[in-house]
Design a binder for this molecule. Structure first.
Ligand code: GTP
Length: 598
């Protein structure tokens, strides 16, 4: 029977332990991609992913593997991202699988997200196949890592394959273990259709393309299907698999992972986590959906050119389809005009969204400083959730302000524990516990305000531990804090989009820092621009952006046309991510400056 020859699996790991490289080797070994079409990180098909060397979106491909037992197996491999911001993508792909390859770097060992991801896989009852990668590195200590996997994660690692994804070592042995250890899918071909939507993208020509895992029944072109949660009905136009290019199939059946199109034009109808069933003979109930991901940070997204507001709205609608965790709603700012308040999982997610909107939809955008959601207990006994600092009520209306805290686990070699603790204290962290994982590695747990870690905490953590620390965090709860809103005034006008919330203790220092940063970032004009920071009516810092000394544009009138064109081009590029507020041009960096701390 066909199902016996199917294996659905994912690869999970801490970031940079080699998932994508390993996926490339698997693609080669299974002759899925002709050698001439092979390029590095084939599954990372967004330009952005290739440039940054990280996986952002999950990808599913079908592979044929000729096993030593003489059978040809159909593998469905679902690649997953490793960065903490994208862990929701991990749980989505796991729900479509029976097994997971757990990649652990032979030199780095188990790290914070190795643990977080393996727990997600265990929650889904997946068979876990540990492998130890990068054994070619001189610093590799595979036997030590094997023991660590057993001690720290608590799974059997006796058979863990030693691989070098870089040099193609151990790949076949790993593929054989997939055949032997990952259970074949089960599911009744004659039962009513139940297929889980685990991803979707919008295609200009075909409409919405759904990535699905079929659990029960079959589906083929011409079938009338219902999306159970959104309760909408369509006719299937095409089914197929990605290999990795889309290949049409006559049908998909229980156990398969593939794609489905049904001329779905209204993108708001499709939700990742929804179940596809037959319209005529529907399943009794939907498959358990995914955990909803709540955004952790909010920021305003505005077109540099106000006329592009509707373009931005359309772009967000389309991107949302491909990025389930993105949230947005319209907002307006006195300074920036009309835009959207968007919810993100973290800073990397926010960066990626901004870049994708700009690249894929040809927009030029400004993002305001990200903020967490504050809970404000007001004197009239109502509670207000504030996602945008400029909407913080007047001091007289506030009883207390609470802010979200996270539980952060930081794994680090013990020689850096001091540096980590110092950094965490500096970021208002409260020490919780510290566990020795083995003789030299420690898991340090801190409770910290989310607002202190969203911006540059991860970078600071990496630099103060020479790259050795790894971080994972989850939202813990809300706690009261002594917070104040700081306003920024340019040319005596309050710029609402530059307002931010600070702990009172650091408010004056932050106000001064930011005023002097803005002075450096905001380009000079032909008049003086006073920059002020204020708490309520009280000015806490003041500086001035001086006027031009001489007219720099006069340079353009000189000399040869080539040079002139270049200068104009340079000026045009310089204009990107810039917003005119009143008479002042504010570049993107200015909006982020309010978050940088020294
Ligand atoms: P994300 O996709 O961002 O989660 O990272 P990843 O886990 O997919 O890691 P990726 O495959 O991008 O590899 C990270 C880095 O490790 C790259 O520079 C690879 O070239 C390198 N790398 C991967 N496998 C090996 C290996 O077996 N040996 C050595 N020496 N380097 C490797």
């Amino acid at each position: 029977e066909h199902q016996k020859l199917i294996r659905n699996f994912s690869i999970v790991a801490h970031i940079d332990h080699g998932k994508s490289t390993l996926a490339d080797r698997i693609l080669e070994m299974t002759d899925t991609v002709a050698k001439r079409d092979m390029k590095d990180q084939l599954l990372d098909n967004m330009d952005l992913e290739r440039e940054r060397g990280i996986t952002i979106k999950l990808n599913a491909v079908e592979l044929q593997y000729h096993a030593k037992d003489g059978h040809t197996y159909e593998f469905h491999l679902i690649d997953t991202p490793g960065h903490v911001d994208f862990s929701y993508e991990v749980s989505r792909s796991l729900a479509a699988c029976e097994g997971a390859i757990l990649v652990v770097d032979a030199a780095q060992g188990v790290e914070a997200q190795t643990l977080a991801n393996v727990y997600l896989a265990l929650d889904d009852n997946l068979e876990i196949i540990p492998i130890i990668n990068k054994i070619d590195l001189p610093s590799a200590e595979p036997e030590k890592v094997r023991k660590e996997i057993e001690d720290v994660i608590g799974i059997d690692a006796e058979d863990a394959v030693l691989t070098s994804a870089k040099n193609g070592i151990g790949i076949e042995e790993m593929l054989e273990q997939i055949v032997q250890k990952v259970p074949a899918p089960t599911g009744d071909l004659n039962a009513p259709l139940q297929a889980l939507i685990f991803d979707s993208v919008y295609d200009e020509y075909r409409g919405v393309v759904l990535s699905v895992r079929v659990f029960e029944g079959t589906v083929q072109p011409g079938d009338r299907i219902t999306l159970m949660n959104s309760n909408t009905t369509y006719e299937v136009t095409e089914v197929g698999v990605n290999s990795p290019k889309p290949i049409k199939r006559d049908y998909l059946m229980a156990g398969d992972v593939g794609y489905l199109t049904a001329s779905i034009k209204d993108i708001t109808d499709t939700r990742v986590g929804d179940t596809v069933t037959n319209a005529k003979d529907p399943a009794d109930k939907a498959l358990p959906g995914y955990r909803e991901m709540a955004p952790m940070v909010y920021a305003g997204l505005y077109p540099s050119d106000n006329a592009k507001f509707n373009d931005l709205r359309e772009a967000l609608e389309k991107l949302k389809l491909n990025d389930a965790a993105l949230e947005y709603e319209p907002e307006s700012s006195q300074a920036l005009g009309f835009g959207f308040r968007c919810g993100f999982l973290g800073m990397l997610h926010m960066d990626v969204v901004q870049e994708r909107l700009e690249r894929e939809f040809n927009l030029d955008l400004i993002t305001t400083a990200p903020s967490v959601t504050y809970r404000v207990n007001q004197t009239d006994d109502t509670v207000l959730m504030v996602e945008n600092p400029s909407e913080m009520p007047e001091v007289s209306a506030i009883k207390t302000i609470e802010e979200p805290y996270v539980k952060a686990s930081i794994m680090v070699p013990n020689e850096y524990v001091g540096a980590v603790m110092e950094l965490c204290q500096h970021k208002r962290g409260q020490f919780q516990t510290m566990d020795y994982l083995d003789d030299y590695r420690v898991n340090v747990i801190y409770k910290m305000p989310l607002s202190e870690i969203i911006y540059d905490f991860f970078d600071k953590l990496k630099s103060s531990t020479r790259g050795y620390a790894s971080l994972d965090y989850e939202i813990a709860d809300y706690e009261p804090s002594d917070l104040v809103k700081i306003d920024i005034l340019l040319n005596s006008d309050k710029v609402d989009a530059l307002s931010f919330i600070s702990h009172r203790e650091f408010a004056e220092k932050r106000g001064r820092e930011i005023a002097s940063k803005l002075k450096k970032i905001i380009p000079r004009q032909n008049f003086e621009i006073p920059v002020q920071a204020a708490i309520g009516a009280k000015i806490i810092a003041r500086t001035t952006i001086k006027a031009y000394r001489k007219d720099v544009t006069s340079k353009i009138h000189t000399g040869d046309p080539d040079r002139r064109a270049k200068l104009l081009e340079k000026q045009k590029r310089g204009k990107k991510r810039m917003k005119s507020v009143g008479t002042v041009d504010i570049p993107q960096e200015a909006f982020m400056a309010v978050l940088q701390t020294d």
